[in-house]
Write a protein that binds this ligand. Structure first.
Ligand code: TXA
Ligand code: MG
Length: 325
């Protein structure tokens, strides 16, 4: 992993401590970061992203000790999950302490916390303290997995972007809520850590824990339409022909989204490939999902993003997607 230059670290630190926002790399997607101690900067995050205040931000930490200062309760299962998956693509929703401003949590009593794995993010957080950071894209749009995606998205805001190369995971973190009695966990957003990763890890835990899937209604920002590319995305099932869908007459030039058949690689490619179809050149993007992906938890996060990013869906794929709702 490449380390941050002294100069970039200094610039990022200076800006963050003076109430500015800075785009930082993480292993999932780039984040638009503000120090949790700088209310003005947190407001800038919402306004630059045009994000509604009802959608809470994730707070990024660089140690378990730091995480514990942000919560009022740290249960044995929380500790186990944090030690197993951090640093990494897992976000834990926990009861918030008074150190977390209610702007960050949209007035909720809970705060979402993640310890990212990207070396540059860790170095910046270690210097500046916890950072509130949503994905560095305009609200509802495709997330950025490369520094130039962020620069293109925020041309007029002139944001300092720390370039950490292409994101290794490529899709956002898994957001988890742990029940107060430690008997169940709810997946509020599928992501980089899969259900089978969780099942596997929990085999080492002292008692059985139920995993509740598809709990996105508990996550205020996980909306039906999200992650949308510049031009409409059409989803169908592999074997269906795009010519057979009755598309509007102005949708002529289609861009076929190609993704690896290996889910980890497909996650890495997804957002950059969606962004590569430019309006002017193409009228729509289409992707035909192989049937075998439904019901395979390794594809949950990618199917969730595709479902929300799509403007049009064939009747056939709507039926399949219902099974993952
Ligand atoms: O991988 C990631 O998670 C990236 C990188 C930058 O860390 N961040 C990211 O943030 O995806 P954002 O803001 O795009 O998505 C945060 C999600 C939203 O769906 C929001 O509703 C949920 O986390 N969330 C935040 N706080 C919550 C809370 N207290 N309770 C439930 N859901 C929460
Ligand atoms: Mg986002």
């Amino acid at each position: 992993m490449i380390r941050i230059s002294e100069q970039d670290l200094e610039t990022a630190e200076k800006l963050l401590l003076s109430g500015e926002v800075v785009a930082i790399p993480t292993e999932t997607v780039y984040g638009l970061a503000a120090s949790i101690a700088q209310e003005a900067a947190i407001r800038k995050v919402f306004s630059f992203k045009q994000r509604p205040f009802f959608d809470p931000l994730i707070v990024h930490v660089a140690s378990l000790t730091q995480a514990k200062t942000l919560v009022t309760h740290w249960s044995p299962l929380t500790d186990f999950l944090a030690r197993t998956f951090w640093p990494g693509a897992l976000t834990l929703v926990l009861p918030k302490s008074s150190l977390v401003h209610s702007l960050i949590t949209s007035g909720l009593d809970s705060v979402a916390i993640r310890f990212p794995r990207h070396e540059m993010a860790i170095e910046i957080i270690s210097k500046v303290g916890p950072l509130a950071a949503p994905s560095a894209n305009k609200f509802g749009k495709t997330s950025p997995t490369q520094a130039h995606h962020v620069r293109e998205e925020f041309k007029s805001e002139n944001i300092f972007v720390v370039d950490g190369g292409p994101c290794e995971v490529g899709i956002e973190s898994t957001v988890l809520e742990i029940s107060p009695d430690d008997n169940s966990i709810s997946i509020l957003r599928p992501g980089g850590i899969t259900q089978s990763d969780l099942t596997q890890a929990l085999k080492k835990w002292s008692h059985p824990v139920e995993i509740k899937k598809n709990q996105s209604q508990k996550s205020p920002g996980h909306l039906e339409h999200h992650y949308m590319p510049e031009i409409p995305l059409i989803l169908l099932v592999k074997g269906e022909k795009i010519e057979n869908l009755r598309l509007a007459s102005d949708l002529k030039r289609g861009f076929e989204l190609r993704l690896s058949e290996a889910p980890e690689q497909a996650a890495r490619e997804l957002y950059a490939n969606l962004r590569s179809a430019k309006s002017g050149e193409f009228d729509f993007i289409y992707y035909a999902v192989p049937e075998s992906y439904f019901g395979d938890s390794n594809w949950d996060a990618i199917l969730d993003r595709l479902k929300r990013a799509a403007q049009f869906k064939s009747e056939n794929i709507k039926r399949h997607l219902k099974t993952i709702d």
